[in-house]
Design a protein around this ligand. Structure first.
Ligand code: PHB
Length: 560
């Protein structure tokens, strides 16, 4: 739910001047990432200059550094966050382990109730989402992973506030006084009129005695939510699970009567998973994570801000089985000198992305504010497009992304060359799978029975004199595709049209889409397609897969 009210100035982070050891370029880089996140994933360089108050040359160097790290892509004078930036939030979510242990339970509850279900944790005086099991409805009701909401306008808020300290309550009051309409929460519509502080205090006391809490249209008219806490063995709240609905389906009261029992059953299962879930896999001990930064500095010189790159790399030292690290462990994982790692940790702690408990450091939910919300809603075509654009630029022929849709392939992205005579493929259009290179790649990957059933259906109609037809010939063609790892289809769909495709695989290795290059037969021989185009096509598929695997570690990425 993004709203169109003007963006507030970026959250200044915890009050107080930065400590003398703080690394200024790391603070500036994080300010740029925060602004890009709040702006929905992209912003012009001049806008970044205005919103961060940084000089033009500083913004240029920060963006160049983030681009070198793969966190940002520059498109003319506009910077866009890339899926790679999700590695930061992934480090937090992997270290926390709650999504790994609980998301199946949340998804099962959403399926059983046909309502959206979310997991949230406390973040200062707000709540931040860790997981969203959303329903696809015309009227979409859900926040994104990483969105921050004011605690007092949510159902999880009163439950989490039962654990607030006096200092937390003071911070909450100060924030309410400074921002009475919630302008510092870009994910929610502004509060129409200030509400009295005591109303939230009452809600917290009720949540404490009831063990559940309701949001009766506190965020916006129509939105209702019911929440319950998931506790660890020692009784502390690990996170809050919510069922979210709309007043067209449930009033707040009917939500509680009908859905509290199944919600409680899920909480019991989640609490069992927390205490009895499998231990984290043996942590791989990363080393030399920051080793590449020196080389980039040599190559890019002044344009590369090494202290920013090193500081962000510190975040990725955390992960599954590595939830809390000492300074020495961070220095070892990153390959940074202790003094450098220490200054980065002090900076991240000052900005609220890290907390220190004695000698141990942990990431906080605020790490999700570094790019996660807009990217957690990305799609495969959006991930693929910049890579296809680079491919078309390189080979000077049009490229496309497609998925299987029944017996057809459906094109979900297409990048033309811009030449007068060009292949023309409309996004959304469908072609018979068996006669296209993308279709052959995807058919070749199907389990044998499904493949045979499809061939029996689709093998009949030749489209040109060259179209391979007949189940036996097509099966032989698919076997070759399977063995080669690519499909070349030569004038089988249309006279004069030649196309070569490779699969795009998900984290489990299953092809979920295919990318191709299509050209007129006068441009290259079939052999030249293999020698001149295939290597670039494979590299493009690998780049798309890298992004897809990062993006789908904790978020769902629809194929179209
Ligand atoms: C949500 O998951 O979108 C959600 C949860 C609790 C609320 C509001 C929204 O109070």
């Amino acid at each position: 739910m993004t709203t169109s009210h003007p963006l507030p100035p970026p959250d200044p982070g915890p009050a107080g001047a930065p400590p003398p050891e703080a690394v200024a370029p790391l603070m500036r880089g994080i300010a740029v990432l925060r602004h890009l996140t709040d702006a929905g994933g992209g912003a012009g360089l001049s806008e970044l200059e205005r919103s961060t108050g940084l000089a033009r040359s500083t913004v240029d160097r920060i963006v160049a550094t983030l681009a070198r790290m793969g966190h940002v892509r520059l498109d003319g004078r506009t910077a866009h966050l890339t899926p790679r930036v999700m590695e930061l939030g992934n480090a937090y979510l992997a270290a926390l382990r709650l999504p790994a242990l609980l998301r199946e339970h949340a998804d099962a509850l959403a399926d059983a109730l046909d309502e959206s279900v979310s997991l949230a944790v406390a973040d200062g005086d707000g709540i931040r989402f860790l997981h969203q099991a959303t329903r696809r409805r015309a009227l979409s009701l859900s926040f994104r992973i990483g969105d921050l909401l004011p605690a007092e306008r949510t159902a999880p808020g009163p439950l989490l506030a039962t654990e607030w300290t006096a200092a937390d309550w003071r911070r909450w009051q100060a924030r309410r006084a400074a921002d009475p309409t919630d302008r510092t929460f870009p994910a929610v519509p502004p509060r129409p009129h200030p509400t009295p502080d005591h109303a939230f205090g009452t809600a917290v006391e009720r949540a404490r005695s009831d063990g559940w809490a309701l949001d009766d249209q506190l965020i916006e008219p129509g939105l209702v939510a019911l929440s319950a806490p998931v506790r660890t063995a020692d009784g502390r709240i690990a996170c809050v699970v919510s069922v979210v609905s709309h007043t067209s389906r449930h009033s707040a009261d009917s939500l509680r009567t009908a859905l509290l029992p199944p919600l409680r059953t899920t909480v019991t299962a989640m609490e069992a998973a927390l205490t009895a879930g499998p231990p984290p896999p043996a942590p791989d001990t990363p080393s030399g994570l920051a080793g590449w930064t020196g080389a980039s500095k040599q190559e890019l010189g002044r344009e590369f801000v090494e202290s920013l790159a090193r500081g962000l790399t510190v975040i990725t030292a955390f992960g599954e089985g590595r939830p809390s690290l000492t300074l020495s462990a961070v220095a070892e994982a990153t390959g940074l000198a202790r003094a450098t790692a220490r200054r980065a940790l002090i900076t991240l702690e000052h900005l609220g992305h890290v907390t220190a408990h004695g000698r141990d450091f942990r990431l906080t939910p605020r790490v999700l504010a570094l790019g996660f919300p807009p990217l957690s809603r990305t799609t495969l075509p959006r991930i693929a497009r910049p890579h296809l654009t680079a491919l078309t630029g390189r080979v000077q022929d049009s490229s496309a992304l497609a998925v299987l849709a029944g017996d057809d392939v459906q094109y979900t992205a297409w990048i033309p060359t811009g030449r007068i005579m060009d292949v023309d493929i409309a996004v959304g259009s469908r072609l018979p799978a068996h006669a296209t290179s993308v279709g052959r790649v995807l058919l070749a990957a199907l389990p044998p029975e499904e493949r045979a059933a499809r061939l029996a259906r689709s093998a009949a109609d030749p489209l040109t004199a060259r179209t391979v037809t007949g189940p036996a010939d097509l099966a032989a063609a698919l076997d070759r595709v399977h063995a080669d790892g690519y499909a070349l289809v030569d004038e089988e769909l249309e006279e004069g049209l030649r196309s070569i495709a490779v699969p795009v695989r998900d984290r489990d290795g299953t092809p979920v889409a295919a990318v191709n290059v299509t050209l007129h037969s006068s441009r290259r021989t079939p052999e030249q397609c293999v020698t001149d185009v295939l290597p670039a096509l494979r590299a493009t598929a690998a780049d798309i897969e890298t992004d897809l695997h990062i993006a789908t570690r904790f978020a769902r990425v629809p194929p179209l």
